[in-house]
Design a protein around this ligand. Structure first.
Ligand SMILES: Cc1cc2nc3c(=O)[nH]c(=O)nc-3n(C[C@H](O)[C@H](O)[C@H](O)COP(=O)(O)OP(=O)(O)OC[C@H]3O[C@@H](n4cnc5c(N)ncnc54)[C@H](O)[C@@H]3O)c2cc1C
Length: 159
């Protein structure tokens, strides 16, 4: 994963703007909450092009008046384990997995904070009863495989 990002204080907080277009297979966004905001452009699978990195700061300035002094590029961030039909999984052997390790992350948009919070709760529930926790884990991930397959289909067919 290749990332271009920057943060700032935002007096419009909470606020969000997102872009889905040709510069990245994934997406770009600026979001703020509690007065703090962050702008992120990222792409899985291949590095961001120079054109893409030039485009995002300009677009934010033009659309939202958001200007940043400098940007940080983070290359080769480890991929999250969303690329397998065997995800998500709670118990490999004697372990109890949560969030990134459990694969409980939205496979299309890579949103994972909700999965982190919910799977953390489920891991704690295991202490009081494996069965109830397992049932909740399956319920929370009921549509995961469909979402994953849909993403594969969109990737294969969308230009
Ligand atoms: C660019 C980007 C944008 C994203 N945007 C969103 C979004 O808008 N919404 C959303 O829901 N999700 C988003 N996600 C995904 C979300 O951030 C992750 O799914 C979530 O943070 C994963 O939670 P986690 O607890 O598994 O891991 P992390 O949040 O990565 O926490 C793991 C922690 O363990 C620490 N650690 C690692 N190794 C060790 C060690 N040996 N000893 C001690 N500590 C260690 C790390 O420093 C880190 O603090 C985004 C991810 C990326 C990369």
């Amino acid at each position: 994963m290749d990332i271009l990002l920057q943060g700032r204080l935002d007096d419009r907080s909470p606020f969000c703007v997102a872009y889905h277009q040709e510069y990245t297979h994934d997406y770009a966004y600026y979001a703020s909450a509690n007065g703090m905001g962050v702008a992120v452009l990222f792409q899985r699978g291949k590095p961001l092009s120079v054109t893409a990195k030039e485009w995002f700061p300009k677009q934010l300035l033009e659309d939202e008046g958001l200007k940043f002094s400098d940007w940080h590029t983070i290359g080769n961030i480890a991929g999250t384990p969303t690329d397998s039909l065997s995800n998500p999984r709670l118990f490999p052997g004697d372990l109890i997995l949560t969030e990134t390790l459990s694969g409980m992350q939205d496979p299309s948009m890579v949103l994972g904070v909700h999965g982190a919070l919910v799977s953390g709760k489920i891991a704690a529930m295991v202490v009081h009863g494996r069965e109830k926790a397992t049932a909740k884990f399956h319920r929370m991930n009921r549509w995961w495989k469909e979402a994953y397959l849909l993403r594969r289909l969109l990737r294969a067919t969308h230009p």
